[in-house]
Design a protein around this ligand. Sequence first.
Ligand SMILES: Cc1ncc(COP(=O)(O)O)c(C=O)c1O
Length: 383
Amino acid sequence: MLTSPILLDYQSSTPCLDEVVESMNPFWTKNFANPSSKSNLANINASAVLEVSRERIKEYLNLKKKKIIFTSGATESNNLALIGYARNFFKNNGKYGHIITLKTEHQAVLEPLRKLQKEGYSLTEIEPEEDGLISQKKFLDALKPETFLVSIMLANNEIGVIQPLEWIASICKSKGIIFHSDAAQCIGFMPMPDLDLLANMITFSSHKIYGPKGVGLLIIDEGIEIEPLSLGGGQEFGLRPGTIPLPLVVGFTKAIEIAINNNSQNAEQLSFYRDNLLKGLQENIPSIVVNGSMDKRLPHNLNITFLDVNGSLLHKRLKSKIICSSGSACSNGKPSHVLLALGKSLREAEASIRLSIGLMTSSDDIEKTIIEISKIIEIIKYK
Ligand SMILES: Cc1ncc(COP(=O)(O)O)c(C=O)c1O
């Protein structure tokens, strides 16, 4: 009998929870008015729903000093924060400054920063340590008198490591440097730090936390000036013009509420499954290497390298059994820049997978995954 593959790719995207779908329902058909216009009662009501959502998110995330800007997702939030702030810096200072980031950031941070570099800004991409974490010494060495912007993610999407942002924030603050952090993968999976203190600008995404796709957040300190990347109707404080997709905003707000309320319970469940998965795999395949710190890590992430297999064969065999991610040459044409930055060889990066556990994952899924992967490795390993 043909069985469907086991889904262990919840860091790519998550399904909407039923409560999230229910919360959005009235806003697709009945309450469809434009929240950006105050021209009639329906629009005024829609605008009130938008502002209530904004206030609720502030409450759930315990934000007292931050402004909330709704965007289409974490990609747009990162672009707006980084390009928008850099352009404003140039406008005010008449010079390009220096920016610091980490080599293992998501492409939605690296690409805009590399674009800025081409425009004339200087850019340092710090190499992380072997465990994926940033070293304080390398960070201090990278600082220059002209550094004006730093972007370091809270948790990595491929290897799950949680960066020590507190000291980065305090160094940036002491030097008047603006600090941005991509926290797309974080709400509901780890205790939320004090976001007012964590960074000046923070990015979030809805579809990573059981909310709808197509909506995200950029939260910024009141008083930070950024240049909008699009021009139009002046919505979202003039920073992100365009009609706000109210159903998505309402769904995202509900997803944040649920994620925050169930944070510790979910983290416990996810790490229990993740740790069992690792234990089972290690028992059957002792040569497995775990990528990234196990200590400072998101509870639903496991990233492993199989030392004695051909990556391309591995992914071919896995395809029909387990849905997981590989930043491998065999899957999407590119080896993982994150694993290469940790010092992995091309061959090791290719023979690596990210398994990410979801709220729908069962112990049966974990047991079957251990069996399937172990069988495949036994067949394809170099003998
Ligand atoms: C850390 C991180 N940043 C940004 C993104 C892009 O998010 P979105 O799909 O919301 O644009 C992702 C999604 O893969 C991510 O994991």
